[in-house]
Ligand binder design. Structure first.
Ligand code: NAP
Length: 328
């Protein structure tokens, strides 16, 4: 491997652009190659971000022996095939969230990475922010006692737009996989396990995907969580972790820059962790660290946990009877 980790980006849409901007803050990384279904888009994106190689097909990038790790920024339903294509070509992979459409797909991806001894990570960038390290530290110190309730909401407001992937069942649209998955992974991080019981309410909209849902998770008698997800409703995007001795509030928990500890009879304490850009550098730094250390997964977010989260998402969808057209 060269001094810099050579990234290849495929699927040059909205999020790939943000990830590319984040890589600019990672000193030992470079955008070596980019690939789009369109040569024109690859050329434009590549010129903007200074990529050495600009491919008009995803396959061509996978075949480039000089790419160390591939970032997959395509819609959810392609995560399986694009991850396998790159693992089979000997590349490490960072795959956008949700990692896959369902646990069956996730299992295949994880098994292939393990078989090939290659690095694979679910791109829940949320996990790697300095504020999230602080939250994990406070929870490990049990500053709020026993955690009994987690609440998290993630909704984005917008009109019904059948042309957008969010509303398209063929692209595994819907709020749960797109944004509700953030809430599920947050609760999973806090409790370190998946719920034993789940009940939820949901609305399937005119395009056939979930537009609004609330799920209630129970882990044990005194461990619960509520998760809200929406694609037609803007919500505050706040997570709260409540325990027997106080609570911690984290605004914008999906890309946090601060958290506040509130304990009865004590001064509120707020920690601020400002960062450069939008924060995609933190997950890229974690990938780089792991690859350089010869690790095939991140200890902060293991592949077993990724799979467990996919199983929880499956359970919620199964309770609604929501299956995508391509799911057998
Ligand atoms: N981490 C985050 O904060 C975050 C935020 C938003 C989205 N995401 C995830 O990133 C993935 C992409 O989301 P996005 O919002 O960037 O989507 P997007 O703007 O629609 O971009 C997706 C890109 O995938 C490629 N693609 C390949 N086949 C496609 C098809 N049949 N239809 C549409 N696009 C296709 C296209 O790139 P080319 O035309 O260049 O081939 C397209 O530009 C999703 O899985 C999403 O959940 C993550």
């Amino acid at each position: 491997m060269s001094d810099k980790i050579r990234w290849g980006l495929i699927g040059l849409g909205w999020i790939a652009r943000k990830f590319a901007k984040g890589l600019a803050f990672v000193p030992d990384a470079e955008i070596y190659a980019v690939a789009s279904r369109s040569q024109e888009r690859a050329d434009a994106f590549g010129a903007e971000f200074g990529a050495t190689k600009r491919y008009g097909s995803y396959e061509a990038l996978a075949e480039d022996a000089d790419v160390d790790v591939v970032y997959i920024g395509t819609p959810h339903n392609y995560h399986l095939s694009h991850t396998l294509m790159n693992l089979d070509a000997g590349k490490h992979v960072l795959c956008e969230k949700p990692f896959a459409v369902n646990a069956g797909e996730a299992k295949i991806m994880i098994e292939r990475a393990r078989e090939k001894n290659l690095f694979l990570m679910d791109a829940f960038w949320t996990r790697y922010f300095p504020a999230m390290y602080k939250l994990r530290e406070l929870l490990a110190e049990e500053v709020i006692g026993d955690v009994m309730l987690v609440t998290a909401d993630f909704g984005g407001r917008g009109p019904v737009a059948p042309e957008k992937r969010h509303f398209n069942p063929d692209l595994a649209g819907g709020a749960l996989l797109d944004v509700g998955s953030y809430c599920v992974q947050f609760a999973s991080m806090v409790y370190g396990k998946q719920p034993s019981d789940i009940v939820s309410q949901y609305t399937i909209g005119s395009t056939g995907v979930d537009e609004l849902s609330v799920a209630l998770f129970k882990y044990s008698d005194y461990e619960m969580a509520t998760m809200t997800s929406a694609i037609r409703l803007g919500t505050p995007h706040e997570a709260r972790v409540m325990g027997s001795d106080g609570y911690i509030a984290m605004p914008d928990f999906w890309h946090p820059s601060e958290l506040t500890l509130v304990r009865p009879g004590q001064e509120r304490e707020t920690w601020r962790f400002p960062y450069e850009g939008e924060g995609f550098q933190f997950e890229a730094i974690e990938v780089g660290k792991c690859i350089r250390a010869g690790l095939t997964e991140s200890a902060i977010y293991t592949l077993d946990e990724t799979l467990a989260i996919m199983e929880t998402l499956d359970r919620i969808r199964a309770s609604w009877g929501l299956r995508y057209p391509f799911e057998s």
